[in-house]
Structure formats: structure tokens, C-alpha cells
Design a binder for this molecule. Structure first.
Ligand code: FAD
Length: 264
């Protein structure tokens, strides 16, 4: 994959600043820039130089603890006899979707319905289902129809022998048991957020990606974020006073300088 170069100009105006070019940030940037009148700045702490192994679905284990991992460690865990565990998280354009196991699981409908029941309007399973369908490109087939590996088949046969329920489709409601998963792999290559959303969106002139730009502080006016600062390889930090609206970014931070239209 080709490296994505950091932005070099000193001052630019944007309508949105997104912190983190990971899974969520990349989708957001891609969706927002579908409107050519919207200018988006996407800031990523990590690199834009993505190792070739990211493409290889079998190589994820080698990526853990490597240069595109934040390499977090847990605190000593009382339940693990005081042991410290590794907690991988992606630090690069594409975020943790460069490291994840590629399993596509929507989540159990009752979890969403419970959110809605507790007051999160618009988050019931019926509400979110169209968004899953929008990002899924496969017709509703069983994952087992994809030439399963014999070792995996033997594992599932053993699960059945032990009395575990057979799950035909983990995205069809019943999730307890053993079965085949859908994987985000196309033509033998990982399809993380980078390939699926960000790379196509970066062809648009209204999306600017800045790598190696870790946001180290945010400025708030009430509960509205109106500015922030980034560390750019030691080139300095800046806080800029701000109101609401269009954001101006420099090498060291950004600030919202114009008043936003009233909320609809
Ligand atoms: C090993 C592993 C396997 C997984 N397997 C699966 C799976 O099979 N299926 C599944 O559905 N989920 C899986 N997950 C979970 C899934 O990958 C994550 O839930 C998801 O990627 C998180 O998305 P995110 O946008 O919240 O964060 P991320 O994708 O981690 O994005 C955050 C981004 O923000 C950047 N960032 C952080 N701080 C700053 C800062 N201060 N300034 C600028 N940038 C910053 C980071 O570098 C990163 O690029 C797995 C996770 C791991 C670790």
C-alpha cells in the first residue's frame, strides 16, 4: 500500500475535524465527504505507512505488538493471579481494523433493543439493521458455504460431539453455540476500513488526512469542542481561542473560528 503523506500547508479551513483515522473515524470521514461542499480534516496519531502484512488475513498475529500497535498493557489482574495482559490497539491509518480478526458479527438484537428500552431512541435492532445491511456486501448466505478449512471443520465436529448447539449464522439472531463466522476478506485479502472506506474517500479533494498528528489536548466551550492541539514530531503546540463553526487547522492544532448555524 502506498504511504499517505502528511499535510504540509500551514493554514487550511475545514468544516469538521475528526480525531483518529481508525475504524469509526474513517467511516465518518468517508460519509461526510460524500458531500463535496463539506471539508474534513482527519488527524491520526499513527503512521500512514501500512505494513504489507495487513493485507494478509493469516498474518494478524504477527502484527500484534508491532509498530502499528499502541502496545498497551493492562494493570495487574487480580483474577489472573496478578498477571499483566497485552491489549493491542491499532496505531496507524485504519486503526484497529488493521489488526482485528475480521469476524463480522452484528451483535445480538436484544442488546440493541435493550439500549432502546433504556432510552436510547433510534438504537433498537430494527433501527440499526438498515445500517448493517448498507455496509454488508454479501447476500445472506451461510459462512459454511465458503470452502471451509478441514481443521476448522474438525473443531466444529468436536464441538457438536460435546453437545454445543450448531449455529448456522451468527448474524441471524441465535449466537450461542459453535459455527462458521462471516469474515471481512475479499479475494484473499483483509478488507478493513482502510481498503473499504478510507482509500476511496482519499481520492476526494475535500478530505485531508494528516498522519503522525497525535491530538494531545481539546478546548471546550461548555460541552462543545471548539479547538485542539496536536503534537507533530516536536514542532510545537498551540492553543487557539475559538468560537463555533468552520475550523482552521495549522501544523500544531485547530480552532473553530466562525459561528455555526443554529441547531436544527
Ligand atoms: C486483536 C483484536 C482482534 C479483534 N477482532 C475483531 C473481530 O474479529 N471482529 C470485530 O468486529 N471486532 C474485532 N476487534 C475489535 C475492533 O477491531 C474494534 O472494536 C474497532 O476496530 C474499534 O474501532 P474504533 O474506531 O473505536 O477504534 P480504532 O479502530 O482503534 O481507531 C482509533 C484510531 O484513533 C487513533 N488515535 C488514538 N488516540 C489518538 C489521538 N490522541 N490523536 C490522534 N489519533 C488518535 C488511533 O491511532 C487509531 O488509529 C478486535 C480487536 C482487537 C484488538
Amino acid at each position: 500500500m502506498s504511504p499517505m503523506s502528511p499535510m504540509s500547508s500551514i493554514k487550511e479551513d475545514f468544516d469538521y475535524v475528526i480525531v483518529g483515522a481508525g475504524t469509526a473515524g474513517s467511516v465518518l470521514a468517508a460519509r461526510l465527504t460524500e458531500d463535496p461542499d463539506v471539508r474534513v480534516l482527519l488527524l491520526e496519531a499513527g503512521t500512514g505507512r501500512i505494513p504489507q502484512e495487513v493485507d494478509d488475513p493469516t498474518a494478524w498475529l504477527r502484527l500484534l505488538g508491532g509498530r502499528i500497535d499502541w502496545r498497551y498493557r493492562s494493570t495487574p489482574q487480580p483474577g489472573l493471579n496478578g498477571r499483566v495482559t497485552r491489549e493491542p490497539r491499532g496505531r496507524a491509518v485504519g486503526g484497529t481494523s488493521n489488526l482485528y480478526l475480521m469476524m463480522h458479527v452484528r451483535g445480538h438484537p436484544s442488546d440493541f433493543d435493550n439500549w432502546a428500552y433504556q432510552g436510547a431512541a433510534g438504537w433498537s435492532f430494527q433501527d440499526v439493521r438498515p445500517y448493517f445491511e448498507r455496509l454488508e456486501t454479501l447476500p445472506p448466505v451461510s459462512a459454511a458455504q465458503h470452502d471451509p478449512h478441514p481443521a476448522s471443520q474438525a473443531f466444529l465436529d468436536a464441538c457438536a460431539e460435546l453437545g454445543h448447539e450448531k449455529v448456522a449464522d451468527f448474524n441471524a439472531g441465535v449466537m450461542q453455540g459453535a459455527g462458521w463466522h462471516h469474515l471481512d476478506i475479499a479475494d484473499g485479502r483483509r478488507r478493513g476500513v482502510l481498503a473499504s472506506y478510507l482509500e476511496p474517500a482519499l481520492r476526494r479533494s475535500n478530505l485531508t488526512l494528516r498522519c503522525n498528528a497525535q491530538v494531545i489536548g481539546l478546548a471546550f466551550a461548555g460541552d462543545t469542542c471548539v479547538g485542539g492541539s496536536t503534537s507533530n514530531g516536536g514542532s510545537g503546540l498551540a492553543w487557539v481561542a475559538a468560537k463555533y463553526g468552520t475550523c482552521t487547522a495549522s501544523r500544531s492544532g485547530w480552532a473553530c473560528t466562525r459561528r455555526a448555524p443554529p441547531a436544527r
